[in-house]
Design a protein around this ligand. Structure first.
Ligand code: ADP
Ligand code: MG
Length: 347
């Protein structure tokens, strides 16, 4: 049985009730390096049980630090983080760092023994007290990650995606209640990313495990996460479902991050006939255009993006990015008339 209360580590702690599974309140962390760096600045958040939550934000925004605070690897400078209502114990409270009910898959493959077989990397996590259970649990976990056939291979000989599956299997074999992953798809080729994401989704559905992951490329987790936490400059900007944050972001930062949205000042908006006292965002898919010799905008650039092309449209004062169907044969230099189908106001 996993120890989910912290009272054995923090005798003075009292359980808070009626809060989410993982709960942060005014949580901060300052690194005391040559200069003090406030990496997480008074954040409040709640993470629901049995869901996939992704912490997203540009590089340096504090994502990894937040993950380490949640796991108990770092000490809050102020505020607190709780799991099932209990304070998360840190290094000062317990000898072996990391919450007993959680497992962290760190960046890179630091935790794997590259020169051992896949099977042994997993089995070594289990006690020798029951060898047949050890065997069946290892088999089951490898199977769950679809790497049973790789069992006798050395980790060093595997692809990035396969190594990541081994790292996740290693974290899961002892059935933690929470799986934490820092940039888990960085080393996974785009072609294999989707399959791994869907396998993780399936594991969440089958086991009810709670997954919390960090990503600096939010578009890669849009399809996978139930909930997103958006970070910028050590702060949480907003939290919500992927669709809500995509279609109704509160901050222009979120719109840029999730949709590469066009962000326009009110003066720039006025040039498109949109009257607003605030900054607005126009998603690329909401910029409609039609070739017309009298068109006010000109096609400045066409960028190949795979299954679509990104069009850069210019008039004298303004550049807009739009999405071009791959079969369309508009040419650089063409004049176009632009129509804005929809925009978002940032108050
Ligand atoms: P992210 O994971 O979003 O890229 P991090 O949480 O790693 O961001 O870092 C947040 C900020 O804290 C950055 O400015 C980073 O340089 C700083 N930082 C991270 N780790 C340390 C450390 N061990 N010592 C000093 N500063 C650090
Ligand atoms: Mg990081």
């Amino acid at each position: 049985m996993q120890q989910t209360s912290s009272c054995q580590y923090i005798p003075t702690d009292q359980q808070k009730t009626g809060i989410p599974l993982i709960y942060g309140e005014h949580l901060s962390h300052t690194f005391h390096a040559k200069q003090n760096v406030v990496a997480v600045d008074k954040v409040d958040f709640g993470i629901a049980e049995g869901k996939i939550t992704a912490i997203i934000g540009e590089s340096g925004s504090g994502k990894s630090t937040l993950l380490k605070l949640i796991y108990g690897l770092l000490e809050p400078s102020s505020g607190e983080v709780r799991y099932r209502g209990w304070l998360v114990p840190t290094r000062k409270d317990k000898l072996i760092p990391g919450h007993d009910a959680m497992k962290l898959v760190s960046q890179g493959f630091d935790d794997l023994n590259l020169y051992a077989k896949v099977w042994d990397n997993i089995a070594s996590q289990l006690p020798n007290t029951n060898l047949s259970l050890k065997e069946s649990k290892t088999r089951e976990t490898l199977d769950r990650l679809n790497i049973l056939h790789l069992g006798q291979q050395r980790v060093a000989d595997l692809s990035g995606g396969e190594k990541q599956r081994v790292a996740i299997a290693r974290a899961l074999v002892n059935e933690p209640e929470v799986l934490l992953m820092d940039e888990p798809f960085n080393q996974v080729d785009a072609a294999f990313r989707d399959a791994l994401q869907q396998d993780i989704r399936l594991i969440v559905e089958e086991t009810g495990i709670t997954v919390l992951l960090v990503s600096h490329d939010p578009t890669e987790v849009l399809a996978m996460a139930d909930e997103l936490i958006v970070m910028k400059n050590a702060k949480i900007m907003e939290q919500g479902s992927p669709t809500r944050l995509y279609y109704e972001p509160t901050h222009s930062y979120t719109a840029q991050l999730l949709a590469k949205s066009n962000i326009l000042s009110s003066d720039q908006a006025a040039l498109l006939g949109i009257s607003s006292h605030h900054t607005i965002g126009i998603h690329q898919e909401d910029v409609a255009f039609e070739e017309h010799t009298q068109g006010e905008f000109q096609v400045k650039d066409i960028r190949f993006r795979g299954f679509y092309k990104e069009l850069v449209l210019n008039n004298r004062q303004l550049a807009l990015h739009a999405i071009l169907h791959p079969l369309s044969n508009i040419a650089i230099g063409s004049n176009v008339v632009v129509t804005i189908k929809k925009y978002i106001t940032f108050y």
